[in-house]
Each structure stands twice: as structure tokens, then as C-alpha cells.
Design a protein around this ligand. Structure first.
Ligand SMILES: [Zn+2]
Length: 258
């Protein structure tokens, strides 16, 4: 079994990044699909540059949006530094979606017929440290008497399997809908965006894994936010959407009884 130091080169660096580690907000931001970088050992996985730049490799704009929100809220942000093509950190190791050999319309040659050993290596190198870091952050806050509100930030492609998506911002939840309900209620009073519940994905698609692992059992308020990626293609767009979402989150949290 490879140890982690053999998996990543010096150029690759660490799998997990933490921004604003001492942020004072009770919101903890997480971005599982922040990066399209591949560890050097995988080359290009047999994919075209077009595929490697597309939403199958990452959530375009999501990291920039999450960083703007981190600044706006003074919130800690934990993000994955490698592509979900190697390991999708919003999926458990047993899920077929954790290491896909087909993603939307793209075949991923480098992910075909993975051995159990290869799956275990990727899980150990990418998934475990990422979720350990989130767990540590929540534990350390609890020890300091600070509660945590877990908010995961994602983006989705405007056209999926040839179908155009009208929804602009999705507010997603699993069994605990407290924060999502509050956000949707406020957004329904008037917003510049088309905001919908559990769109374009929902818990049945397996997208609430991070919320499930870290927040739902522990009773922490939580929500997953999906933004259509054409709205956050550049820093200006990210700033506008971040302004809307930080306001919505703040006002929604203020309205929830603690
Ligand atoms: Zn995502």
C-alpha cells in the first residue's frame, strides 16, 4: 500500500486547503469540487483538454464564489485541491459515483476497471484527509464553545445531457430542512434569481453525503447550495452571487430559533 507521500509529488502539494481558518462566523463553508487539478501520477486520464476543463472535472466558479462568501461572512472555508475525476469527495467510497468511468457524456479512460487497491489508494489520499479535516474543524469549534452551520458550495452546468436548466440557484437539503426552509422562504419574498428547492439535484441523487456525515446526525444546521455556473464565470459574477447568498444566509440564520 502506498503511503500518502508517494501519492502526491511536491508539485502536487496537499489534498486539502483551508482558507480563513480563524474565521469568526458560525458558518463553515466546504467546497468539494473546487479544483480541476489532477495529481501528476494520473497524467490526463485519457481525456481531452475540453473534458478536463468542463464541469465533469470540477464545479467551475464554485471556489471563487466560496472564497467571496468566506470573506463576506468571515467564515472558514475548506476545499479539495484535486479534481473529482480522481475522487468525488461528496460521495462515500462504496458509491459508484466516487470514481466514475463515465461522467455525463464523457468516458473517462483512466478510471476504467480500477482495482480495489487503486480505489483504496485514492480513498486514502483524497477522501479521508478531506473529511477528517472537516471533522476536526467542527470538533475544535465545539471544544471552544462555538456551534457550526455547515454550508457546502457547488455549481452546475447550464446544459445537461442536452437539456437547458432554468433554475439558477438550488437550495438543497436532506432530512434536516431547517436552514433550507428558512432560505427558501426568504428568497420567495423576492429575489433576482430563480431559486428552487432540491434542484437540479436532490438527496435521491446522493449529493448530500458531506451534510449527512458531518451535520445531520450531529444536529447542526446545514444546507447545500448549487449555483448555475454561467452566473459565476468570473470574479465580478462571483461577487454578485456571493453578496446575495451571504445576505440570504445571514438573514435566514437570524430567523431560526437556536
Ligand atoms: Zn459539486
Amino acid at each position: 500500500m502506498l503511503v500518502q507521500s508517494d501519492f502526491f509529488t511536491d508539485t502536487d502539494g496537499e489534498p486539502v486547503a483551508v482558507d480563513n481558518a480563524d474565521g469568526t462566523s458560525r458558518v463553515l463553508l466546504v467546497c468539494e469540487h473546487a479544483s480541476r487539478r489532477l495529481p501528476q501520477r494520473y497524467g490526463d486520464l485519457g481525456l481531452s483538454q475540453e473534458a478536463l476543463a468542463s464541469h465533469i472535472a470540477w464545479d467551475p466558479g464554485a471556489l471563487g464564489l466560496a472564497q467571496q462568501m468566506s470573506q463576506g461572512l468571515d467564515a472558514t472555508l475548506i476545499h479539495q485541491r484535486f479534481s473529482r475525476l480522481i475522487y468525488d469527495c461528496n460521495r462515500p467510497p462504496e458509491s459508484p459515483a466516487a470514481m466514475r468511468d463515465v461522467s455525463e457524456i464523457f468516458r473517462v479512460p483512466g478510471n476504467e476497471n480500477l482495482s480495489d487497491a487503486e480505489r483504496a489508494q485514492r480513498t486514502a489520499a483524497l477522501y479521508r484527509p478531506f473529511h477528517q479535516r472537516i471533522g476536526q474543524a467542527i470538533d475544535s469549534r465545539r471544544e471552544r464553545g462555538l456551534e457550526t452551520v455547515l454550508v457546502t458550495i457547488h455549481s452546475f452546468t447550464p446544459v445537461y445531457f442536452g437539456t437547458e436548466r432554468k433554475v439558477e440557484i438550488g437550495i438543497l437539503h436532506d432530512r434536516d430542512a431547517r436552514l433550507a426552509d428558512a432560505m427558501l422562504q426568504l428568497a420567495a419574498r423576492g429575489s433576482d434569481y430563480r431559486v428552487e428547492r432540491n434542484e437540479p439535484y436532490g438527496p435521491a441523487d446522493g449529493v448530500t453525503h458531506t451534510l449527512d456525515v458531518h451535520a445531520i446526525e450531529a444536529g447542526l444546521l446545514n444546507v447545500m447550495i448549487e449555483v448555475r455556473n454561467d452566473l459565476i464565470q468570473n470574479e465580478a459574477g462571483q461577487r454578485v452571487v456571493a453578496g446575495f447568498l451571504t445576505g440570504l444566509l445571514r438573514d435566514s440564520l437570524d430567523g431560526i430559533q437556536r
